[in-house]
Design a protein around this ligand. Sequence first.
Ligand SMILES: [Zn+2]
Length: 113
Amino acid sequence: MEKMKGRNVICESCGAGFDASLVRCPYCGTAYEPAAEEEYMDKLEDVREDLSKHTKDADNATKKTFKKILLAAIIVIVIFAVFCIIALITPKSGSKHDPDELNSRKQELIQGE
Ligand SMILES: [Zn+2]
């Protein structure tokens, strides 16, 4: 757009001279193709930049969410591992106590009857 500024073009339909950077003839409104095309390309480029910006934002959001999920998964796995370790350590003392308690309760019930 910058290199075309200051250059005059002749309108195809009315013959008036106007600045080449203008998209339309200021006298009759006929579109000046090169400037119109350049403006369209600029807009297209803006849209493309916007799109890539949004895509990057979305990518970052996805990565953040993924990290959060990963962190939550690690926490759950660690908690589960801790419970497994506790379960592996405690059953021996727990299983020895339980039958004895059951037996004594059974005896109490039998004696009570
Ligand atoms: Zn014109």
